[in-house]
Ligand binder design. Structure first.
Ligand code: DGY
Length: 317
């Protein structure tokens, strides 16, 4: 009999085909995220799990699956999984790094340009019938070309964002909490977080959410930024203290922000929704057809490898 693999949500078909050969699949039949209780009920007889970044895979869920051998997340970030507990029980935790790097870097750039040049606000203006012709002072934004880009977290995605910045002839500064193991393929200066916040025109976050990075950007950090600063977040929402960001945007302490992620997804504070100087996206950093397919295949390969006693391509514990 094939082992049971529980999928908390349908993922792209090529991965389903691959998994069907090895597992009896139990797939969430709804086009909706499962509740915590539904995950607990669904995982009971599973030896493998493929989950989403929105699923809270805590002790309770893991304990509900006595046969579980692998938790394969369809995401690179795994702050939603109790990795420590899984490790104690000998359960492999896997993720999907690498395959989404370029796609997330592209989206980061979409946010940089949209926030600096007020693209969403301008589009709303046109759609609302307000465009009455060219005006000398209409929707004046900020240049990106030759500005200073401050990258917080110079991992795979941070570096892919930086490479794109060289085409804009930007000066690149970065802050990383550990020293980099490889030489960078572009010119960049490592600085302290304080210096980065003071000097960067555009600040972009590429860090995992951990105890250390929770609310890394808060009141004090906003106070250090330039008034013309633009803050971009495609990592995890809680790296920024959202209420302080709202204050900074409302009081024009900074010029704008571009966000793909939020502190309490999918809830976005009404106050943030009401602001014009923020571009808001629905966590679509990796959402291209090609990349989501690659992520699904990698999540499937991870689960299969663990079940076959092989080293999975991307294991985090
Ligand atoms: C991830 O994989 O962690 C991304 O946030 C998905 O878009």
């Amino acid at each position: 009999m094939k082992p049971v693999l529980f999928l908390t949500r349908r993922i792209p078909e090529p991965a389903i085909k691959m998994l069907e050969e090895k597992f009896t699949l139990k797939i969430n039949p709804y086009n909706l995220a499962l509740t915590h209780q539904e995950i607990i009920e669904g995982i009971e007889d599973a030896e493998a799990l493929i989950c989403l970044l929105t699923d809270n895979i805590d002790k309770e869920v893991i304990s509900a699956a006595p046969k579980l051998k692998v938790i394969s997340s369809y995401a690179v970030g795994y702050n939603n999984i109790d990795v420590e507990y899984a490790t104690q029980l000998g359960i492999a935790v896997c993720n999907t790094p690498g395959v989404l790097t370029e796609t997330t870097a592209d989206l980061t750039w979409a946010l940089i340009l949209a926030s600096c040049r007020r693209i969403s606000e301008s589009e709303r203006f046109v759609r609302n019938g307000n465009f009455k012709g060219w005006e000398p002072m209409l929707m004046l934004g900020l240049d990106v070309y030759e500005k200073t880009l401050g990258i917080i977290g110079m991992g795979r995605i941070g570096q892919a964002v930086a490479k794109r910045a060289t085409g804009f002839e930007m000066r690149i500064i970065y802050y990383n909490d550990s020293s980099l193991s490889q030489t960078l393929a572009f010119e960049a200066r490592e600085v302290t977080l304080k210096t980065l916040l003071q000097e960067a025109d555009i600040i972009t976050l590429h860090l995992p959410l951990t105890k250390e990075t929770f609310h890394l950007i808060s009141k004090e950090e906003f106070a250090l930024m330039k008034e013309s600063a633009v803050l971009i977040n495609t990592s995890r929402g809680a790296v920024i203290e959202e209420k302080e960001l709202i204050k900074a945007l409302k009081t024009k302490r900074i010029f704008a922000a571009g966000l793909d992620v939020y502190e309490n997804e999918p809830d976005i504070p009404q106050e943030l929704l009401a602001l014009e100087n923020v571009v808001l996206l629905p966590h679509i950093g990796s959402a291209s057809i090609e990349t989501r397919t690659k992520m699904a295949l990698l999540a499937a390969e991870n689960a299969i490898a663990v079940m076959e006693g092989k080293e999975p391509p991307a294991k985090v514990n």
